[in-house]
Design a protein around this ligand. Structure first.
Ligand code: HEC
Ligand code: HEC
Length: 449
């Protein structure tokens, strides 16, 4: 147990109740106050996931950047989850098929076709308890209870984690990785997956596996990484497990100043970050949803993020979020509470990338009504400017009650402290992950476009 926790325990043990419950203004007591609050909120050091099999990690790394497994051989996981862009793409909404380039420079050549949501980051998705995936939680589960997934009945159930189970989904939608009918691959050859529909999961997956098995290096490495398999039994499950192992190995980032503080190093945080943590887990009520050391309860809440961008499904240009999955009115506009690990690296923020500035995102929570009326949609992708829906009344009518600063509104100085705390959630190793990108790929397809 680190000294911070030890101090908290001592406060309790020595009958220091008055000390723990009376707000202490004295800066020198910051550590004691914070230790007491973190103990009360059960914020404990995060247990890292188990080490992954190196053969699967190395295979998964190549597959993650491999365009051969996309319909037109033109897009990979790494296109949208780039290691140099906070494991996302720097766009308010992600661009799939028909776009070229990487990151903020990625643009559509013809018609602009966005995925409905902002690209999620991949940090720490292998930590125990991360059983819910997507902004709306439409994939969830664990090895004990099994998985529910947008792929429904065909979903394999043998996955080791929700992360691995997720991995077999992005290859299936036409606008994401599979491609549209009539559009050939980058060599001008027909795309054998194009004529299927997005929900033909059971037909699409074997074609994706065949693409990988058609490359000798992948064939050998798949068989070697999954002992007991044969050419006939290698399936999408194994591709998912390998890519999952890579993501856990590459994107587990648990050496932030805040982690060091939790482990007992009281010097790891500045006083400003400590005051920010006191607000975050205390008066500003952030931790009523952004709970624990990963800052998420994995539940769904409506914080009335501005409805801007394409929207999703029949309700477009609105996005009902969790309400699309449950069909409940009361779930409309709810999204899964995002973890705030490495949060400063993955803008734009919110499910649709509504905010290009992290402080604006935080301030939105402090006064959603004011933020909605002042919202300027010139901060989203150029083609999506002008899509802001002024439906604040509807949004605010089911606003999450947990959004409540206790006592006086936060001062500007307190917002600075809150931002310093959010900065302490960045693991410096995440800043340059260029070493993850392979120089070449077994298919011979390019990695750097
Ligand atoms: C065209 C861009 C694009 C590509 C290609 C892509 N993703 Fe994503 N990814 C997204 C977007 C957008 C989301 C959020 C979707 C949502 O929640 O509705 C997402 C979500 C995720 C999540 C969920 C994280 C969480 O916490 O819920 C994982 C994991 C993930 N992607 C992994 C992958 C893998 C693995 C691949 C390759 C097989 C891949 N992605 C390909 C854009 C992309
Ligand atoms: C009612 C639950 C709740 C409370 C309280 C809350 N948040 Fe959030 N927060 C969310 C949800 C849900 C989202 C995603 C909303 C969306 O995208 O539509 C979010 C988004 C964010 C984001 C953007 C994350 C991303 O990946 O884009 C940040 C930063 C953030 N919150 C910080 C805070 C801070 C700081 C506080 C305290 C002042 C706070 N939140 C209070 C639920 C909450």
């Amino acid at each position: 147990m680190g000294s911070v926790m030890a101090a908290a325990v001592m406060l309790g043990a020595c009958g220091g109740d008055e000390g723990a419950s009376t707000p202490l203004q004295n800066e020198s007591n910051l550590d004691e106050q914070l230790a007491a609050l973190l103990t009360e909120q059960e914020v404990r050091p995060v247990e890292p996931p188990a080490a992954q099999d190196p053969k699967r990690v190395e295979l998964g790394r190549k597959l993650f950047f491999e365009k051969e497994i996309s319909g037109r051989r033109n897009i990979s996981c790494g296109t949208c989850h780039h290691p140099l862009l906070g494991s996302a793409d720097g766009q308010s909404q992600s661009r799939g098929q028909g776009a070229v380039g990487l990151g903020p420079l990625r643009r559509h050549e013809g018609e602009s076709l966005f995925l409905a949501r902002n690209t999620l980051s991949l940090w720490n998705r292998g930590v125990a308890g991360w059983d819910t995936m997507f902004w709306d939680g439409r994939l969830a589960g664990n090895p004990e209870e099994g998985y529910i997934s947008p792929s429904g009945d065909p979903t394999p159930q043998e996955f080791s984690s929700a992360l691995a189970a997720f991995t077999i989904i992005p290859v299936t939608p036409d606008e994401e990785m599979r491609g549209f009918p009539g559009e050939p691959d980058v060599f001008g050859n027909p795309n054998e997956m194009a004529d299927l529909t997005n929900d033909d999961f059971a037909e699409i997956w074997p074609l994706v596996v065949a693409r990988a098995m058609g490359v000798e290096e992948y064939r050998q490495e798949l068989l070697a990484a999954f002992p007991g398999t044969t050419e006939d039994t290698i399936s999408i499950l194994h591709l998912g497990e390998a890519i999952g192992a890579f993501m856990i190995d590459a994107f587990t980032m648990l050496d932030t100043p805040f982690d060091r503080y939790l482990a007992g190093d009281t010097e790891a945080l500045s006083d400003s970050a400590k005051r920010g943590a006191l607000l975050f887990y205390g008066r500003a009520s952030c931790s009523s949803c952004h709970t624990g050391a990963l800052q998420t309860d994995f539940k769904f809440h409506n914080v009335a993020a501005p409805q801007v961008g394409t929207g999703k499904g029949e309700e477009a240009p609105l996005d009902f979020g969790r309400g699309r999955i449950t069909g409940e009115m009361s779930d409309r506009f709810k999204f899964r509470t995002p973890s705030l690990r490495n949060i400063e690296l993955e803008g734009p923020w919110m499910h649709n990338g509504a905010y290009a500035d992290l402080e604006d995102t935080v301030r939105h929570h402090l006064d959603p009504a004011a933020s909605l009326s002042a919202y300027d949609d010139r901060q989203v992708e150029p083609e999506l400017v002008g899509t802001y829906q002024k439906n604040s009344e509807e949004l605010l009518s089911t606003l999450a009650p947990e959004l409540a600063v206790k006592g006086d509104p936060l001062s500007d100085k307190e917002v600075v402290d809150l931002m310093a705390f959010l900065s302490s959630l960045t693991d410096p190793r995440s800043l340059n992950l260029m070493h993850l990108v392979p120089d070449t790929l077994p298919s011979g397809l390019p990695v750097d476009d």
